[in-house]
Design a protein around this ligand. Structure first.
Ligand code: B1M
Length: 211
């Protein structure tokens, strides 16, 4: 049954079994299951469960990383088929760790969670100056800019990102999301960012709401 194979994809993704996920995705395609259905009810459904469990502290960073790897491997098989059918990502976001800051574990988790929810992510890496966030959003037509900071000394750089984007022609077109250990909702409000999320799963939900 179609539902069975989709459940199997979701369950194996949650266990981080990338090879099995790839085999199941290929089998589902071979059996004529629609690629969008495999994505939504297999891969994204599994990643949704991972997000919920991570938020509830039922699983931790290593489990999320292996699940995200399985998600990416499965999605690689679907990408060309979806593109052929003209089915694109749900939306696009730019992500980076702000200037002066080299911490990227949390940023990578946010990226993976967002990818897991069907958002195309443009990853600028670490130590990203404010103008680069703007440039990348323009170049890629992204509707969200995500900034991560782990140091009290670098979180101020997020204000520069907000000011740079608000002063540009993307001011009303792009939402700015902020997060990282020292960042709070109060700080987000102070600098005029659009959204603060305490963890990667909530960030992915907030991004979906914007899209
Ligand atoms: Co650094 N470091 N570090 N460090 N480091 C911290 C952050 C620190 C708290 C350690 C401490 O002193 N107790 C401290 C900061 C103190 C402060 O500013 N208040 C610190 C310091 C001081 C430094 C250096 C200055 C040390 C030195 O050289 N003297 C230096 C700075 C280098 C630089 O960036 N310029 C430094 C360097 C490093 C390493 C390179 C060794 C390494 C980073 C490796 C890497 O990232 N590739 C490192 C690490 C690993 C840490 C700790 C131990 C772990 C950080 C981490 O990855 N956490 C950290 C101490 C700690 O937190 N226990 C520490 C796990 C990660 C999953 O959590 O990133 O918070 P986090 O992400 C979460 C949420 O915050 C949220 O989602 C994630 C998952 O749910 N989130 C977002 C993150 N970004 C988001 C964006 C969003 C939404 C949510 O929207 C867009």
């Amino acid at each position: 049954m179609v539902a069975d194979i989709l459940d199997e994809i979701s369950e194996n993704l949650q266990k981080g079994k990338a090879k099995v996920v790839v085999e199941l995705v290929e089998r589902a395609l071979g059996e004529g299951v629609a690629p969008q259905k495999i994505l939504d009810e297999g891969l994204l459904a599994g990643m949704g469960v991972i997000g919920t469990k991570f938020k509830a502290n039922e699983i931790f960073v290593p489990e999320v990383l292996v699940a995200a790897r399985a998600m990416n491997k499965g999605a690689e098989i679907l990408k060309p088929v979806l593109a052929e059918k003209g089915i694109g990502a749900r939306g696009k976001a730019v992500i980076g760790t702000v200037k002066g800051d080299l911490h990227d574990i949390g940023k990578n988790l946010v990226k993976m969670m967002m990818e897991g929810r069907g958002i195309e992510m443009i990853d600028l890496g670490v130590d990203v100056p404010a103008p680069r966030f703007l440039e990348a959003a323009k170049e890629n037509g992204a509707s969200i800019v995500c900034c991560s900071a782990l140091l009290t000394t670098t979180m101020g750089e997020m204000k520069n990102v907000v000011d740079t984007i608000k002063a540009s022609d993307l001011a009303d077109k792009v939402k700015i999301m902020v997060g990282g250990a020292p960042v709070t909702q109060v700080y987000c409000d102070q600098i005029g960012a659009d959204s603060y999320s305490p963890d990667a799963a909530s960030a992915a939900e907030a991004a979906l709401a914007f899209i």
